[in-house]
Design a protein around this ligand. Structure first.
Ligand SMILES: [Zn+2]
Length: 228
């Protein structure tokens, strides 16, 4: 991949959670907010090297809307992407489940996503499975707030299950975080290589206000909304 190949492309990276919101926490104490920030920074560095303009919704351990509610924190992420405007958004998360044996990598697009969002999700998922090799849980549709309300192709990746002791170890390993970042940047480059051939977002796919799910990442977080 040559330097400058992503010149002029605007990518918004959204490391999930941060500050008062740790996201999922693994059995050994690994916090999702730390894992996804480390992976996002590698992704950022790779994309900058390829010539892209990159912004992060956060680049330290902070809330994006300090002191605000979870919903306003999510809205702040969406606003940063929509106001720029970004060409695409990638929200980076780690998964969690009651069942400690749940495992694998999955990627989400919104339910009424454009073909471009679906293509982006597919290519990111493929790159992570090819490079990291966790169980392939596939590409799924869900109206997570940050991917439903952004106006550009958007996807939410769940790197692996932090609630699974084996995957928690992988996610907490800086070398593996670097590999995840590289695999995502490869997926982004793959996406921009084919984007022109994929139908763009149409007006009918602009977001509405109804039916949002508040959670940015995983089912467990949705259940915790009332407690945040
Ligand atoms: Zn999350």
């Amino acid at each position: 991949m040559s330097v400058g190949v992503l010149s002029g492309r605007r990518v918004m990276i959204d490391p999930g959670h941060g500050g008062r919101f740790p996201g999922a926490v693994g059995p050994a104490g690994t916090q999702e907010k730390d894992v996804v920030l480390a992976v996002s920074k590698v992704l950022q560095a790779d994309l900058v090297e390829l010539g892209a303009e990159v912004r992060m919704t956060r680049s330290t351990d902070v809330e994006v809307a300090p002191g605000a509610s979870l919903r306003d924190d999510l809205k702040a992420r969406v606003d940063l992407a929509n106001d720029w405007p970004a060409d695409l958004l990638i929200s980076v998360h780690a998964n969690s489940a009651e069942n400690a044996s749940a495992k694998g990598t999955e990627t989400f697009h919104a339910i009424k996503a454009s073909d471009r969002s679906k293509t982006l999700a597919k290519l990111l998922q493929k790159s992570m499975i090819d490079d990291i090799g966790l169980t392939d849980c596939g590409v799924k549709a869900s109206n997570f707030y940050v991917i439903k309300n952004t106006k550009m192709p958007a996807t939410l990746v769940e790197l692996g299950f932090i609630s699974n002791p084996g995957e928690e170890q992988i996610l907490a390993d800086p070398a593996m975080q670097t590999r995840f970042g590289h695999s995502l940047s490869k997926g982004v480059a793959d996406y921009f290589a084919v984007e022109a051939h994929v139908k763009p977002d149409g007006p009918s796919e602009l977001p509405g206000d109804e039916g949002d799910l508040l959670a940015p990442g995983d089912p467990v977080e949705m259940l915790l909304i009332g407690q945040v």
